[in-house]
Design a protein around this ligand. Structure first.
Ligand code: TYD
Length: 203
């Protein structure tokens, strides 16, 4: 089973991905927890190019190519081998992030994103958990971390609002694989919603 977690910056995905991985391991499942951009040594090198530096460092089109290059490496080196070995893969972000961050916020580049995805990646998760939350709360959390990886947070609140709408639209268009999770509540409540949705999909 291949699971992705998606959401705007500061939505708590990374924490929730870890909590979900631990909960499934507690049930005796073999879980690989990974992330994008990154998740394999080469892809982690590409990550640095993407998340650090000025907001105008890359055009959206160049970003699509870099994220896709990183994703291809992640797929070849980490995701496919784990799935072939019968493990559950949980990735903190996957192609839906490119659809929304690059495809729907700075002009309409969805056709380019979808074309490159079909040619170079061609797989979708079995289950996509979209953490839906108020961008004002999420943004204050994201920047407060001051991780040095704030390039996308620095696009600002309007950008995060457009991202939220983009993710909500994906959930509506792909109801078979996407679950919209209300992430405005405290982390334990959100974790329970995520675990319930995941166990239902695993059955
Ligand atoms: P991530 O490490 O998930 O950051 P965070 O934990 O703060 O959510 O992702 C880094 C940034 O890269 C994030 O702002 C989202 C962005 N991103 C894209 O713009 N396109 C993509 O395809 C991916 C995977 C991430």
């Amino acid at each position: 089973m291949f699971i992705s977690l998606e959401g705007i910056d500061g939505s708590g995905k990374s924490t929730q991905a870890r909590v979900l991985a631990d909960a499934l391991r507690g049930e005796g499942r073999d879980v690989v927890l990974t992330r994008e951009p990154g998740g394999a040594p080469g892809a982690e090198e590409i990550r640095k190019l993407l998340v650090e530096g000025a907001t105008d460092r890359w055009s959206a089109e160049t970003e699509i190519l870099l994220f896709t290059a990183a994703r291809r490496d992640h797929l070849e080196r980490t995701i496919r081998p784990a799935i072939d070995a019968g493990k559950i893969v949980i990735t903190d972000r996957f192609a839906d992030s490119t659809r929304v961050y690059q495809g729907a916020t700075r002009g309409d580049l969805r056709a380019l994103v979808d074309g490159i995805h079909d040619l170079a990646i061609g797989v979708e998760p079995d289950l996509t958990l979209i953490l839906d939350m108020d961008p004002e709360i999420a943004l204050s959390r994201g920047l407060a971390r001051d991780s040095g990886e704030d390039r996308f947070e620095e696009f600002g609140l309007g950008f995060q609002r457009a991202l939220r709408e983009g993710f909500q639209g994906l959930a509506r268009r792909h109801p078979a694989r996407c679950r919209l999770i209300n992430a405005n509540d405290n982390p334990e409540v959100v974790a329970n919603r995520i675990l319930t949705a995941t166990l239902a999909a695993l059955r």
